[in-house]
Design a protein around this ligand. Structure first.
Ligand code: AMP
Length: 279
């Protein structure tokens, strides 16, 4: 496993990838957990070469968000990655990615402005921009991303297709703790009571899926039952929506591929989760 710390080194490598080899890429912000590692594992199984990037992207954090407190532990991350067949770990600096007078931003219209995009203006502009830059630098065939960030996958798929990039996204399932909480680097902000409250997201999903399996298709009923679970746990609903899995537009009648997607504030921590209604 080789560390790459400059853009020049990364470019020199990626310009010489062999055409008959499949290059897999796993972009992360570090503080790795089993969710990240499942993507790494998928890449090493499907690709000849795997590159993992660790970069806390400042441009996807809003002014009042947790950029400065975002958890980090590079030593531990590298240790975890060393037990996988990772070929390269790319660790660029913010100064190299966004030099002085940086001016160019990627906006994926519409799909970036709903759900998390509505609550976090500019977030997906930051995500799309950094991922396009990373894809240009790494030149992968496949990019492994978690469905945990369902909207992120939809936004980036649109970007890759609209900009005619050859890289394709491989969406990977959400990895959860034994009690149902979706793994996230931000779970480190939770403890005691808030860790218990955080279960309301997966419980709300479970309830909606249960009602769906009993034949209920009216979104209003699903929404009401899910909202009650969040409120009863003293958590704050940012949004709960039932959407088409590709357009992310809200539906009124649930279908098998309808995606339930929600963001909830537990104490000061904003958590997201999602699931297809039919398991
Ligand atoms: P992040 O470090 O939060 O930017 O996440 C990097 C990648 O890991 C993204 O593609 C995420 O969707 C994915 N990821 C984060 N948490 C999970 C999880 N619990 N299960 C699967 N993938 C995840």
């Amino acid at each position: 496993m080789q560390l790459i710390q400059t853009l020049q080194e990364m470019q020199a490598l990626s310009q010489n990838w062999q055409k008959d080899k499949t290059i897999g890429f796993v972009p992360t912000m570090g503080f790795l957990h089993e969710g990240h590692l499942s993507l790494v594992e998928a890449s090493t199984l499907q690709c000849d070469t795997t590159i993992v990037s660790i970069f806390i992207n400042p441009s996807q954090f809003g002014a009042n968000e947790d950029l400065s407190s975002y958890p980090r532990n590079m030593e531990r991350d590298l240790q975890l990655l060393s037990s996988y067949k990772v070929d390269y770990v790319f660790i660029p600096t913010a100064e190299d990615i966004y030099p002085q007078f940086y001016r160019t931003w990627v906006n994926v219209e519409g799909i970036s402005e709903v759900l998390c995009g509505a609550s976090r203006p500019g977030h997906f502009r930051g995500v799309a921009t950094v991922v396009l830059k990373l894809v240009n630098l790494v030149n992968p065939d496949l990019m492994f991303m978690g469905e945990k960030d369902f909207q992120q996958v939809a936004v980036l798929k649109t970007m890759l297709s609209d900009l005619n990039l050859h890289c394709k996204i491989v969406p990977c399932p959400i990895i959860r703790e034994a009690d149902g909480l979706a793994m996230s680097s931000r779970n480190t902000y939770l403890s005691g009571e808030t860790r218990q409250q955080a279960l309301c997201l997966s419980k709300a999903i479970h309830k909606a899926k249960q009602l769906y399996s009993q034949g209920i298709r009216d979104i209003k009923i699903l929404l009401q039952a899910a909202s009650k679970i969040i409120v009863d746990n003293n958590a704050e609903i940012d949004y709960i929506q039932f959407v088409h899995p590709e357009t992310l537009l809200p539906v009124e009648i649930a279908e098998t591929d309808t995606r339930m997607i929600l963001a909830v504030k537990v104490g000061k921590t904003r958590l997201i989760d999602n699931a297809q209604l039919r398991a």
